[in-house]
Write a protein that binds this ligand. Structure first.
Ligand code: NAI
Length: 345
């Protein structure tokens, strides 16, 4: 499909444009065997249309796997909006996007992702009911990022125990690439648990704040992946782990929020060959989708959702046990595990 290395074809891809608002969107529904495709909407200044296609297809497949491993009654879907060049009216843009979502009649449910906010989702909500991640007066809902960060944090704990033999995170060194909505919350959780942080972000304001608040060591964006640490947490954009960067890594464990961290599936082998345990992104970063999925179904309750997110740690432990039996890499094992759940559904 588009000549890209996807393990399963997508069910449906909608390409929609709206001249008045400047909207150009691509909504990919990967697999609905478990339920409607559910995944966020990304706004990004893609280099070209093929790059946008590629991102939507990879991200939506990742959502199928993420939702299956998180045991949610949803399939995989994802939307990308090509960021309009120059000035644009955000409200008009998201109203037009919402109409595109609505035209799929529930095959895809949207939420926040990189480049979108809860305010954008409020606009979407005015034009379609197929949206989640909206702050609600006196009810559960809103920004999924802290839940995503919590899921990554408990995964670091589980990974540090299984891989590094650590019973707590006191003194554990962790490099965080990207101090955005998820990376910042992750830094807070890790700092509270006694970890020592090394951070990088293209925004110097964020790193300066982390230095002041957490005593973090600040390094350049071109140095963070190779930082001399126990754990690397990629929390910026995808494809940071590739044939160029993997040979430079010093961490023994990789566990972060960014979607599609591996540039290619074979990069999972490169990591394993170097003795680096990679905890697959879609396994550990499911906290946000758990939150918006429960909100969407009207089942949200803070403590119950946090408890559900905490159970990601059990699946990390199970994955690391499974690879001892199968001999697969964690990335290949997680793919196989998720695919088996899609087939069963
Ligand atoms: P965000 O846009 O709030 O944060 C990204 C951060 O990375 C920004 O601070 C940005 O300045 C920084 N950044 C960009 N390029 C960088 C580079 N080359 N080096 C260092 N820093 C760089 O995004 P958010 O929401 O925190 O998401 C982060 C990642 O986690 C994304 O890949 C997203 O798809 C993924 N994710 C987010 C979820 C959520 O609940 N927000 C849920 C699941 C996955």
């Amino acid at each position: 499909f588009f000549g890209l290395p996807h393990q399963a074809p997508h069910e449906r891809v909608l390409i929609a444009a709206d001249e008045a608002s400047g909207l150009r969107t691509l909504i990919a529904v990967h697999n609905t065997a478990r339920g409607p495709g559910f995944g966020g909407c990304r706004v990004w200044a893609y280099e070209n249309d093929l790059a946008a296609h590629h991102d939507a297809l990879r991200l939506s497949q990742g959502m199928s796997y993420k939702n299956a491993l998180a045991n949610l009654p949803f399939g995989g879907g994802k939307a990308v909006i090509v960021k309009p060049k120059g000035e644009f009216n955000r409200e008009q843009l998201f109203a037009a996007f919402a109409r595109a979502v609505d035209s799929l009649q529930g095959a895809y449910i949207t939420a926040e992702d990189v480049g979108t906010t809860t305010a954008d989702m409020r606009v979407v909500q005015r034009h379609t009911k197929y949206v989640s991640g909206i702050p609600r007066e006196g009810a559960f809902g809103g920004d999924p990022s802290p839940k995503t960060a919590w899921g990554v944090f408990v995964s670091v704990q589980a990974g540090a125990k299984a891989v590094l033999g650590r019973s707590d995170l006191q003194g554990l060194t962790v490099a965080i690439q990207g101090l955005g909505a998820v990376g910042w919350h992750l830094a807070e959780f890790l700092h509270q648990a006694g970890a020592k942080l090394t951070v990088a972000d293209i925004d110097p304001g964020k790193t300066a704040k982390a230095q002041a608040q957490f005593g973090a060591t600040v390094v350049g964006v071109d140095q963070i992946l190779a930082a001399p640490v126990d754990v690397l947490a990629p929390c910026a954009l995808g494809a940071s782990l590739n044939a160029t960067t993997i040979p430079t890594l010093q961490a023994k464990l990789v566990c972060g929020a960014a979607n599609n961290q591996l540039a290619l599936p074979s990069d999972g082998n490169l990591l394993a060959d170097r003795g680096i345990a990679y905890l697959p992104d879609y396994l550990v970063n499911a906290g946000g989708i758990i939150s918006v999925a429960r909100e969407y179904r009207g089942e949200g309750e803070e403590q119950a959702v946090m408890a559900e997110v905490s159970r990601i740690a059990e699946r990390v432990t199970e994955l690391l046990a499974r690879i001892k039996v199968s001999g697969r890499t964690p990335a290949a094992e997680a793919d196989a595990w998720a695919q088996s759940l899609l087939v069963r559904a």
